[in-house]
Design a protein around this ligand. Structure first.
Ligand code: SAH
Length: 344
């Protein structure tokens, strides 16, 4: 039993079964016992390896994309360079290094990191120097925002609902940390969105993700900028994608609260809201269009080891290339977006 088990059981005893979103929030972000406060998530010794931790090529190409988008938007002399959920700070470090090629971009950038974990804030300060941290997107300074989020949205809490013959029921976490179904609940939004869904199917609702996308959208629409969101999932997938990962293996999500990473696939459609234009493609296509092949050659020529294998891990359809998707949000009327030419 973990410290969090007792806390969660007590809350269930007092208030009844909790939505999955509450369970995820406690497991991942409890200020003392949450996963991101306590565990070492990243890398070979951790629970999972993210793209920037595989190769510098990932962050370099994204850095070049951000510089390009900034230039296309008229190279504003002050803007916010935002990363959501920066982990160990590796991606931002690669972005800032490659951006030295465009000194005016670095000069104009005010780096801002959205991070709730105080432990990871310290790790990021170590990697990047003193950067501005915010815990809520509402605290973002004003100005155009050029934003990047890699494997951030999959970590945000979701709720699950199941469609039954007599209506919708919510899947809740009950006593003994087991699934229980709520009484039938009125869900007009779900009814409208999933009218033709067969009974017995599960849908996931990511309200926190939608709220963050909404804030980003409003900022891009009113003050300019662009956002790049990379994660696993699909444009409009349906079904149960909730999972726990511990030491690179799938784990049982209720067995050790706070010890395993909990995630769900991202439903990118939910992140596309009125007010901006978007591009959507696979990670493999995106990195290929941005020139990962040439970057790999250059690194190999300079003597770097393993770059061909790293490139394959990032781009091959059997590895991260197809499961991982890339969504760009840009101001309306932007036209073709670099990396997203000719659709998926
Ligand atoms: N982008 C990094 C790490 C991804 S892990 C990489 O690619 O390696 C998810 C990150 O999001 C962690 O830094 C975690 O602490 C942070 N995070 C999770 N939930 C958050 C929330 N609600 N608000 C802000 N940061 C959050």
């Amino acid at each position: 039993m973990t410290a969090l088990t007792a806390i969660i059981e007590a809350e269930i005893a007092a208030q009844g079964p909790m939505p999955l979103s509450r369970y995820m929030q406690l497991c991942l972000s409890h200020p003392e016992h949450g996963y991101y406060m306590q565990q070492q998530p990243f890398g070979a010794d951790g629970d999972f390896t993210t793209a920037p931790e595989i190769s510098q090529m990932f962050g370099e190409l994204i850095g070049l994309w951000l510089v390009h988008m900034w230039q296309e938007s008229g190279a504003p002399d002050h803007f916010i360079l935002l990363e959501l959920g920066p982990g160990r700070g590796t991606l931002m470090a690669d972005i800032l290094r490659v951006a030295k090629l465009a000194p005016a971009f670095l000069e104009a950038a005010e780096v801002c990191l959205l991070e709730t974990s105080t432990r990871l804030q310290a790790v990021q300060r170590e990697a990047l120097g003193d950067m501005r941290h915010i815990a809520r997107l509402e605290d973002l300074p004003s100005g155009p925002v050029f934003a990047i989020a890699n494997e951030f949205f999959d970590a945000l809490p979701i709720r699950q609902f199941i469609k039954n013959d007599f209506g919708w029921q919510e899947r809740l976490v009950g006593e003994g940390l087991t699934w229980v179904l709520s009484d039938t609940v009125q869900q007009p939004d779900l009814e409208a969105a999933f009218a033709s869904l067969e009974t017995g199917r599960i849908v996931e609702v990511a309200a926190a993700s939608q709220a963050i996308a909404n804030t980003l959208t409003k900022r891009i629409a009113t003050q300019g900028g662009a956002a790049l969101i990379v994660d696993y999932g699909g444009f409009d997938g349906i079904g149960d994608t909730f999972q726990a990962v511990l030491q690179h293996q799938k784990a049982e999500p209720f067995s050790a609260p706070g010890k395993a990473d909990l995630t769900a696939h991202v439903r990118f459609k939910d992140l596309v809201q009125n007010g901006v234009a978007h591009g959507f493609t696979t990670q493999g296509q995106f990195l290929t269009r941005l020139g990962i092949e040439a970057r790999k050659q250059a690194l190999a020529t300079a003597g770097a080891k393993g770059v061909a294998a790293d490139m394959a891990r990032l781009t091959s359809p059997n590895e991260m290339g197809k499961l991982f998707k890339v969504l760009a949000l840009v101001p309306e009327g932007h036209g073709e977006i670099a990396g997203f030419e000719h659709g998926t």
